[in-house]
Ligand binder design. Sequence first.
Ligand code: SF4
Ligand code: FES
Length: 249
Amino acid sequence: MSEKTIHLIITRQDGPDKPSYTEEFRVPYRPNMNVISVLMEIQKNPVNAKGEKTTPVVWEMNCLEEVCGACSMVINGKPRQSCSALIDQLEQPIRLQPMSTFPIIRDLMIDRSRMFDALKRVKAWIPIDGTYDLGPGPRMPEKTRQWAYELSKCMTCGVCLEACPNVNSHSPFIGPAPINQVRLFNAHPTGAMNAEERLEAIMGEGGITDCGNSQNCVQSCPKGIPLTTSIADLNRQTTIYSFKRFLTN
Ligand code: SF4
Ligand code: FES
């Protein structure tokens, strides 16, 4: 009996400005494999389905437990994390593509800088001096802490940006994930001291008004983050802030 194999069709690209092409692979099946373990097999033995020696497929990964977001790619048409994509649950041939919203570095490896730049733009942190012990911070009401914790699960994977029709290489829209972080940090008792700076940051070009309310983001987020609720809340916050700014100027 012939050996059971996993059939993959991988979209590859040898560099940022190189043309893309597809290459097929057949990897010996083992129970409980995920997409990353299959890619590792290709890395160990880079031979394509025609039996030709090829270059190892390049991708990014880190935590291997759906926490870092680095391994995100489009698997059978759906943007998701390859570390949690189990082979037994995928229809074959398995098609792997890089997420199209981000510049390609090589093969399945993309450059997520636009997300990290957006986090810097919206000041997605709490500016406290870490050089001496400040003692315990202010308490958060338990009810707030519970929903804020849900928002904090974002792993900057980029799946919501990939799903959003308004985020692309021609658009400056920062996308849902950084906007959600503004809600998280504005809800924190210490973070609230810089709330207006964060609101200013999302009121400019590429900010919250570029959201087209397609609702794709909330359906795609692997962490189940209520992104559209965050966007609606920030719409309220920016409107109130605009009035306040108008009245005090
Ligand atoms: S909000 Fe969800 S989909 Fe978007 S980057 Fe964060 S974890 Fe990924
Ligand atoms: S390797 Fe971190 S989310 Fe997959």
